[in-house]
Ligand binder design. Structure first.
Ligand code: ATP
Length: 599
């Protein structure tokens, strides 16, 4: 019951409200149960002549004026019944608002904790995680828990109290009638419990089918341009139809099963009420049961059966809530990245030295093997190599997105692993291969690292990234809203926005991970020149497949299969036989016709 413990943990701040809510439902049940007893007393002792068999009711009757007075003023009983109903209504209202309030609070704290935790999970986790699944856990799983807490959790307390209280009164009134009245209770409970445990599988299947339907929809809408470009609309429509039909069929199956359940359970209830009526009338005719008691039993019967029928449902919903909280816990148990360490926070200048660095993703084969090189602050290092040779892996070590397994990386003489992660990330600007822009204005996207930066800084960064003129040509300039994932911008514009966003920070170390690939050669040169002219020159890493992009670098590394196979400057490398010279020859011979040749 680890999951139940977790639910209680999230309810921490709302426990008192829950208690009030349970108290409200108990009081509502109390006022519901009192009504039929008053009717019984009226029939048996006020209209009839039987003595009142409960001290409390006798006191109430005396308070209202006594038996004789009430017999002539029976409307007073009617008013008391209305007051009881109003009180019941008030407490039911209180129960509903209180439990909804605390459920909302609990759901809010689950969502907050989840979101905070997801933000703190390591880069590695997000690389592998299925975003759709994470969204589902943060939304529909939290919703299942919320629904359970808002509706059913308090209902369990209310139903139990109802069952115990009603059974207690029944046994006090007439033992034989109580036994008859309760005969179907275990049958209905077991039937409900077995039925809902069996259909729980279908409930889950419906949930999963709904998840698959939303995944198809989400994927299609995100990749709509690819769908259109490949004229795949019909295929996508068919795929959606399949998932839609699957969801409809499963839901229909569930509804049919539920219809069966409610009909059979109604039948058992009716049979039970019929038995109570028949046996009650028989015993009443024989004088073994008063008319008033018969009325009480008939009224209590439905009060007893309805919550028992619901109980099976509540128990299975509890099962669903437990599954959901388990899925939420799974994320919360993922170890977070320790960012706020008591590690060093040195002033970073940008001298970097790699010595025999090796790195592997988890237990796989090393993707970097014995990498060694030195860079002085302000220098530019270019990295070239075939796809999968380890270029991105190498630069991802710098902001400690991953930690190297062997060897040593020193930044200004300090071992990288001993530098605080948050600190080093503030000092290493990374322009990723696939830039992601937020659905904000261009200005806000550029100054995302520090919203307090002034427009002058924004314009400077945009100019250095050769995007200022493009932005100025838009109707709303820097206030232009970037659509979801920046759909209104071209690939090259998005890349340049990402560059502006990184260089505005003026980090001492900047990494361009193949982030000039979507801009033409002239813009590429313009950006690099602008970067060189900046006051604070950063140590710059450039990953590129284009010789023209890397040729001015102070040091060029050629990687292959995780190893440095060549290193030097453009001048030295074109004189050496090797990959660099080969690529250079291919690219320069096709210079006029082909802009770039990938190696
Ligand atoms: N998160 C990851 N988990 C496991 N393996 C990975 C991960 N990222 C990359 N790899 C593997 O590591 C190797 C090096 O990948 P890396 O992205 O560093 O190459 P690259 O030279 O930058 O390639 P490209 O030019 O295509 O971007 C590849 O074999 C790749 O499959």
């Amino acid at each position: 019951m680890r999951e139940l413990k977790s639910i209680f943990k999230f309810m921490k701040g709302s426990k008192f409200i829950y208690l009030l809510s349970i108290l409200s439902i108990i009081l509502a049940t109390f006022f519901t149960v009192i009504g039929p007893l008053l009717i019984k007393t009226t029939i048996d002792s006020i209209i009839g002549n039987k003595p009142i068999d409960s001290e409390q009711l006798a006191e109430l009757i005396n308070f209202l004026g006594g038996k004789a007075f009430l017999k002539n003023n029976i409307w007073i009983i009617g008013i008391v019944l209305i007051i009881l109903t109003i009180l019941r209504g008030i407490f039911l209202y209180l129960k509903n608002t209180l439990s909804s309030k605390s459920a909302e609070n609990t759901a809010k704290s689950i969502r907050e904790e989840l979101y905070d935790h997801i933000q703190k999970l390591p880069y590695e986790y997000h690389v592998k995680a299925d975003t759709g699944e994470l969204i589902q856990r943060c939304s529909s799983d939290v919703e299942t828990v919320r629904r359970f807490l808002a509706v059913q959790f308090v209902e369990v307390g209310g139903s139990l109290f109802n069952l115990i209280f009603v059974a207690y009164i029944m046994f006090n009134l007439h033992i034989k009638m109580a036994l008859v009245s309760m005969a179907a209770v275990p049958i209905i409970f077991i039937f409900a419990f077995i039925f809902f445990s069996k259909v729980q599988k279908i409930f889950l299947e419906v949930d999963e089918a709904e998840g698959r339907l939303s995944t198809v929809l989400q994927e299609n809408l995100t990749g709509i341009r690819v769908v259109k470009a490949f004229a795949r609309q019909n295929y996508e429509i068919k795929k959606f139809d399949e998932k839609n039909c699957e969801y409809k069929d499963l839901t229909f199956r569930l509804i049919k099963l539920l219809a069966w359940y409610w009909s059979i359970s109604d039948f058992i209830c009716m049979l039970q009420i019929g038995t109570v009526l028949a046996m009650g009338s028989l015993w009443a005719a024989k004088g073994q049961l008063s008319l008033g008691t018969l009325v009480v039993f008939i009224t209590y019967e439905s009060m007893l059966l309805w919550p028992v029928r619901q109980m099976g449902r509540i128990l299975t919903d509890m099962g669903k809530a437990i599954v959901s909280i388990g899925r939420i816990e799974e994320i919360l148990e993922e170890p977070t990245e320790i960012l706020e360490e008591n590690y060093e926070k040195p002033q970073i200048i940008g001298n970097i030295s790699f010595r025999n660095v090796s790195f592997a993703y988890e237990d796989k084969e090393s993707v970097l093997k014995g990498i060694s090189f030195d860079v002085k602050a302000g220098e530019t290092i270019a990295i070239l190599g075939p796809t999968g040779s380890g270029k991105s892996s190498l630069v991802h070590l710098l902001p400690r997105l991953y930690d190297y397994d062997r060897g040593s990386i020193k930044i200004d003489g300090i071992e990288l692993k001993s530098i605080d992660k948050k600190w080093i990330r503030k000092n290493v600007g990374l322009v990723l291969q696939e830039p992601f822009l937020f659905a904000k204005t261009i200005r806000d996207n550029i100054k995302i690292s520090n919203p307090r930066l002034n427009d002058k800084k924004v314009f400077e960064a945009a100019e250095a990234a050769s995007i200022h003129n493009d932005i100025s040509s838009f109707d709303k300039g820097y206030d232009t809203l970037v659509g979801e994932r920046g759909v209104s911008l071209s690939g090259g514009q998005k890349q340049r926005m990402a560059i502006a966003r990184t260089i505005i920070v003026e980090s001492p170390i900047v990494v361009f991970d193949d982030s000039l690939s979507a801009v033409d050669a002239e813009t590429d040169i313009a950006i690099r020149e602008a970067l060189n002219e900046r006051k604070s020159k950063s140590t710059t890493f450039i990953i590129s497949h284009r010789i023209s992009t890397v040729q001015d670098a102070d040091l060029i590394l050629v990687l292959d299969n995780g190893k440095i196979v060549q290193e030097g400057t453009h001048e030295t490398l074109i004189k050496e036989d090797g990959v660099y010279k080969r690529v250079y020859n291919i690219q320069s011979s096709f210079k006029d016709n082909v802009k770039e040749v990938n190696i």
